[in-house]
Design a protein around this ligand. Sequence first.
Ligand code: 6OD
Length: 482
Amino acid sequence: MKVSSFINGVYVDSEEQRNITSPVTGKLITPYSVATDAQVDEAVQAAKAALKGEWGSMSIQQRVEILYKVADGISARFDDFLEAECLDTGKPYSLARHIDIPRGAANFRVFADTIKNVADEAFHMPTPDGTGALNYTIRKPKGVIGVIGPWNLPLLLMTWKIGPALACGNTVVVKPSEETQLTMTMLGEVMNAAGVPKGVFNTVLGPGSRVGDKLISHPDLDAITFTGSTATGERVAEAASVGLRDASLELGGKNPAIVFADCDMDKAIEGTMRSVFANCGQVCLGTERVYVERPIFDEFVARLKTGAEALKLGKAEDPETTMGPLISASHRDKVLDYYQQAVDAGATVITGGGVPEMAEELKGGNWVEPTIWTGMAEDATPITEEIFGPCCHIAPFDTEDEAIEMANNSPYGLASSVWTENASRAHRVGGQMEVGISWINSWFLRDLRTPFGGAKQSGIGREGGHYSLEFYTELTNVCIKL
Ligand code: 6OD
């Protein structure tokens, strides 16, 4: 497969080639072409022109039919997408088969349904002469949307933005993370096969510091949607402010879980195992701080330790594998640095804390051990900063108020999980979490109609259902004097 930018319906090469390497082995997967500045500009101009062409004059129903075909196109090539996503990220097939690829298709279907069913608002008003007036709103596409996404759930997170952007009639220029470009590259073929007009969907490949920066600074982008770190989100917001473009920012987290003594322990362990270790801990919604009520603290720690030690690290395609590697060598260095900082901060290492012994062919991969700590002070850096690795700190608490206070004591506010069988407590505590999504007895349970985004430094804005329509459309209020 040739990996290059997709502009105006065709793949375009450039002279600068870089390598994509496997997180599992460290070996070369394939070279790819880095988009030139001129190609970024061509992509934006193609997207701008497409707004005025066939795409711009389509009825909602015609757009909806095309988006269903895109969803069907992903489903028809399910195994190819699965293989590409797992090759790029090293995540187990068992995970991507159930989450990443189905959501890639669902993101087009759900937003096609959303736009099909949305109603315009109307307000009747009196006028001094007694004839009255009627106001009604018209939703229009915002224009050319810059879509920038991360490497942890590449297809899922990019299509979560591309789906509603296209449903609303916009065109897009997509910059996937340089670490994971395969599924976005394949999506160009799916778009062509589905009959998406040329220029509606474009990708530009390359490092964020060059290609991403060139894209977000482009004056012809009308809005930018970004998922990634809070630091990069600040840079995106700064670029978007020039020309007063709108930005939707889904950023980092340091997500807490609160486990009450009245929880169903089996469910709490199963859920926390997933929320800490799924995707090797590289999920913005993942739990990195666990607060457990003192009477069940020791049992919880022991059971999570057993679960962590039973994880099987290995190749993505091996059906036994339950945890893959981290995405890159540099990310592994960062995670291992936090592992060291935890020890320096006086943590008790319950399990893990280092680099696992892997088979010879996997030694070049970015492996780290699933890790659990106890005993750190709440202001220790591994408890306050997002690590984005397969690790968590577990601390005891004595009262509900104390647990809420500790959970909310963070500059981030993306997600939380509360584990309790007491329904009153579930509502009471769940509602007090200072986060965008507060799960009770669950984690990563997603209804795409609901608002999704972060409080505090975890982001600005919400996407999902009609909230996505707010971001991806411009409203015109028509006021008719009767
Ligand atoms: O499920 C989603 O729609 C979503 N935006 C998930 C984000 C995960 C971050 O790693």
